[in-house]
Structure formats: C-alpha cells, structure tokens
Ligand binder design. Structure first.
Ligand code: ATP
Ligand code: MG
Length: 347
C-alpha cells in the first residue's frame, strides 16, 4: 500500500471488466496473484452457510458473504447481531462451528498464520499497550510481522503522519484521547501493509469530530485500493464508507446490497416524522394510513413512509391535524433495518 497513490475506486461489477483487472494488477503493489488474479475475480472472503456457536447458543446462523478485492464492505447490525463473532472467524481468531470460510483464498482452519500475516485488524476493544509510548506500540507490533526495525521506523513515520499522530510519537498511549487511540490502532494495523483491513466498530464512542476524521482516513485507504471490512451500528457510517454491506440481525443476514440500492428496495424516497406528544401517536395511525405506503409507530414518533413528505404534511394539515413537530427527511439504512426487523438499530 502506498499512501500517496491516486484513488482507484472500483466496485465488483466494474472490476469484472478485464481491462480494469489488468489496470488494478499493474497499479497495486501488494497483490498475491494465485488467489486474487487467476483470470476470474476471486472473492477475498467467501463464507457459505457460516455458523458460530457458543455451546448451544447460535451467534452466527448460516451466513453467506462474498467480499472482493478493493471493496469497502460493511456489516451493519445492532448489539448482539453477530458482527464481532463473524470478524473473529474471518480474522482467524476463532474457529467456525459450521459451514465453509475462505479468506484470501485459504482456509482459516489450516492456514490461520499465513492469512493473519496479510491482515490488519482493528478489534472492537483497543488492545494497545497503555503504559508504552506510541512509537513503542508500533515497534512491538511491527516485530510480530518480523519486519526489520529500520523498516518499521520508516513505516511508523508515514503511518503516524497518516493518522495525524506524529506529534504524539513519544507520548504514553494512556494519555491519548479515545479518538487518538482508535487512530493509533488503525495505524498499528497497517504496519504490515495488509491486503485486507478489518475494522470492528472503528468509531463507536467517539465524538462527531473524531468520527469524521477517522472516516476521512478510512476513505483515503479505500481510495488507495485497500480492501476494508467494517462493522458498525451507525447507519450513516455504513452509508458513507461502504460500497456494499450486509444487514445482520440475530446472527442472520437480512439484506445484502449497496446502501442506496437497499434503501430504494426496502423504503420510500422520503419519510415524514410526526410527533403528537406523549402517548398521542397510536390514535392517529388509522386516520393517516391512506397517506403513506407504510407507517411505523416508535415510542416517541410516527414515521410515515411516503414519496413526497411535504405533500403528505400539507394533506395532514388540511385534515385539521396539528402535530407538535414534523420533519421531512430522506430514507436511510435505519429505515431499511426498521422495515426488515421491526426494530431500530440503536436501542
Ligand atoms: N465468547 C462468547 N461466549 C458466549 N457467547 C458469546 C461469546 N461471544 C459472543 N457471544 C454472544 O454472541 C452474540 C453475538 O455477539 P457479537 O459480539 O458477535 O455481537 P456484535 O454484533 O458484535 O454486537 P455489538 O454491536 O454489541 O458489538 C451475543 O449474544 C453474545 O452474547
Ligand atoms: Mg461487536
């Protein structure tokens, strides 16, 4: 990976074009030909009927996923959906209980070490050495990959610059903010110049500014052709960063596709959010049914799924109804999730 390369976006559809594949092969330095480029496009991760059980509890319940080189692929789902369990199987940290899984063309059950050597992992919980400095954390991690010290130092300079942490190089990690720690974990995961970067909830718990900075860094990586797998329960993060994603719930995949396609398939163009005050929502549902394709009743508001929110709102006013507040917005992945599962993503 080279952080200064110009962007090279592609989607699986575009990548099927042979000319594009040749161009990719020429531009990317980090390609391992037998698994990725054998004339057809091989998925970098292929899971079929993949299962993870903890005793009798099924955390991942027979999922099918294919992720391709250069994609930014998301797993969107609420707490307990099975995202981390899936990431741990893909990153060869936890064995599958059933089904088949291939990562970078290999079987994690027999080639875990080889696969891990080509992965960058950003776990859900930071695993940094808090008592050590930023630099020492990078050095120790680089050593796991048997990199010479000189090489680690060169890469560290570049990566700390990329993570906007150069001025913190000699600071104890314990003194960094949450966002800085997250950026350091990402920089650390990149020390081996991985083919695949797995990020489990990269921005959970960060303030909006820190999230946007992290998104920007991830966007740059994606632009350089690094394959990203991201789990999140933030629909805006999934919409911003992911070319394609799966929506997960209770260990199952309930939908797969590009964010925009999922929204078009499972929701209307706009949503009219109405608030009628405490306990004031249910009585209105019957009288509004004909105005919307679908109505969702949430504890604090009604969601009317419509093509034209302003139009629906004027009809409501004409009927003499006066909501406490009304908001017209475009449909999001949150609406997709609500439609498919009957629940919201963040409780
Ligand atoms: N080691 C374990 N032993 C027993 N149950 C587990 C274990 N790890 C996860 N689980 C259970 O599996 C389910 C899925 O957990 P997982 O961590 O994969 O969800 P998640 O989608 O990552 O959730 P979150 O958004 O909260 O991180 C949960 O019900 C969890 O309690
Ligand atoms: Mg998790």
């Amino acid at each position: 990976m080279a952080f200064h390369l110009p962007s090279l976006f592609f989607s699986p559809k575009r990548a099927l074009d042979v000319g594009m594949l040749r161009e990719m092969k020429r531009k990317r330095k980090n390609i391992h030909p037998p698994e990725i480029f054998d004339g057809t496009l091989q998925p970098i991760v292929a899971a079929h009927d993949l299962v993870k059980r903890f005793d009798s509890f099924v955390a991942v319940d027979g999922i099918d996923v294919e992720i391709f080189q250069g994609e930014s692929f998301g797993f969107l789902g609420p707490n307990g959906a099975g995202k981390t369990s899936t990431m741990r199987m893909i990153s060869c940290m936890s064995p599958a209980s059933g089904g088949s899984l291939r990562v970078l063309g290999r079987d994690p059950a027999v080639a875990g070490a080889q696969i891990r050597s080509r992965l960058g992992l950003v776990p859900q919980e930071d695993t940094l050495e808090l008592e050590l400095t930023v630099l020492d954390n990078m050095l120790i991690y680089g050593r796991y990959f048997d990199l010479p010290k000189k090489e680690i130092l060169e890469r560290t300079t570049r990566l700390l610059d990329f993570a906007q942490l150069s001025d913190r190089r000699d600071e104890k990690v314990d003194h960094l903010s949450g966002g800085m720690k997250r950026r350091l974990t990402i920089a650390r995961a990149l020390i081996s110049e991985p083919d695949l970067l797995i990020l489990d909830e990269p921005t959970t718990g960060l303030d909006p500014q820190a999230r946007h900075l992290l998104w920007d860094r991830l966007y740059r990586l994606k632009a350089e052709g690094v394959t990203l797998i991201i789990t999140t329960h933030y629909m805006d993060e999934a919409e911003q960063l992911c070319d394609r994603l799966v929506v997960m719930d209770h260990g199952k995949i309930v939908a797969t596709g590009a964010p925009r396609d999922l929204i078009v398939e499972h929701s209307t163009r706009e949503v009219l959010e109405l608030r009628f005050g405490i306990d004031g929502h249910l009585p209105h549902v019957g009288g509004l049914q004909d105005l919307a394709e679908r109505i969702e009743v949430l504890p604090d508001r009604l969601l009317l799924y419509v093509d034209d929110g302003d139009d629906a709102l004027s009809m409501i006013h004409r009927r003499g109804l006066v909501p406490e507040s009304a908001l017209v917005r475009r449909s999001t992945l949150e609406d997709v999730f609500l439609h498919l599962t009957g629940r919201t993503l963040v409780d």
